[in-house]
Design a protein around this ligand. Structure first.
Ligand SMILES: [Zn+2]
Ligand SMILES: [Zn+2]
Ligand SMILES: [Zn+2]
Ligand SMILES: [Zn+2]
Ligand SMILES: [Zn+2]
Ligand SMILES: [Zn+2]
Length: 229
């Protein structure tokens, strides 16, 4: 992502609950890129500097049991520039792979047993750590993610999010889905397009649906034609 093009976030405009927000009238930004990140902490840091502070020294937010990543603004910007896998940022994923829906993170089969200290902090200091120490950028995780998807021919990274664009990266079977969401960047809580996890989008069913509509259309045309003759 081009750093110059990315407008700096104003963190008071970001919803603390991100995609888990239940308030239908909430007007804040709900981009999935914030899943797993403590937005409260980012807000606090931003406010500190806005008020003329010199060096922000807090390492966490004020919530005692907060289990999210406490990134300062710089580190968060770094994370934004990282490549996604199936549209997922490394900080989106639950470091404990706990599987509970309300833990604040995402859970993906392909990222279980991966050590996120290694991936996000650059090293793992726990000598007893039994998790896998792999690099995010290497193909091994990408391949695993692909094998866990119903769509194995393409990934959100291959798609174009622009509206009214003819670049060829707009498969018709994805017409109803929000591509920005698949990339983790749609700010809308209520969006005109579907917000569905990539791994749950079934290409074959969608392609069949497309085909059915087409087929239906054709057979009706045929009938009409035979009627006329
Ligand atoms: Zn919200
Ligand atoms: Zn926190
Ligand atoms: Zn979890
Ligand atoms: Zn480790
Ligand atoms: Zn395009
Ligand atoms: Zn959307």
């Amino acid at each position: 992502m081009d750093q110059k093009e990315q407008k700096p976030y104003i963190f008071t405009e970001i919803c603390l609950q991100s995609i888990y927000c239940k308030d239908n009238s909430c007007q804040l930004n709900h981009s999935r890129v914030f899943v797993g990140v403590c937005v409260e902490y980012l807000r606090n840091e931003q406010q500190f500097y806005d008020e003329g502070g010199e060096e922000y020294e807090q390492t966490k937010c004020n919530k005692k049991d907060c289990n999210l990543w406490h990134f300062q603004n710089d580190k968060f910007s770094d994370q934004l520039s990282k490549q996604t896998i199936n549209g997922i940022f490394p900080h989106n994923l639950c470091p404990k792979s706990c599987g509970f829906e309300n833990c604040g993170y995402l859970h993906r089969k392909w990222a279980e047993k991966v050590c996120f200290n290694q991936i996000l902090k650059g090293s793992c200091r726990n000598k007893q750590c039994e998790l896998e120490h792999v690099r995010w950028e290497l193909d091994i995780l990408k391949e695993r993610a692909r094998s866990c998807s119903l769509n194995q021919d393409t990934t959100p990274e291959d798609l174009c999010e622009k509206e009214k664009c003819n670049c060829g990266k707009h498969p018709p079977w994805l017409n109803d889905y929000c591509i920005l969401y698949l990339k983790g960047l749609c700010p809308n809580k209520k969006c005109i397009k579907n917000h569905t996890d990539w791994e749950k989008i079934n290409t074959k069913i969608n392609q069949k649906k497309c085909f059915k509509v087409l087929y239906h259309h054709r057979s009706r045309k045929k009938k009409k034609n035979s009627f006329n003759t």
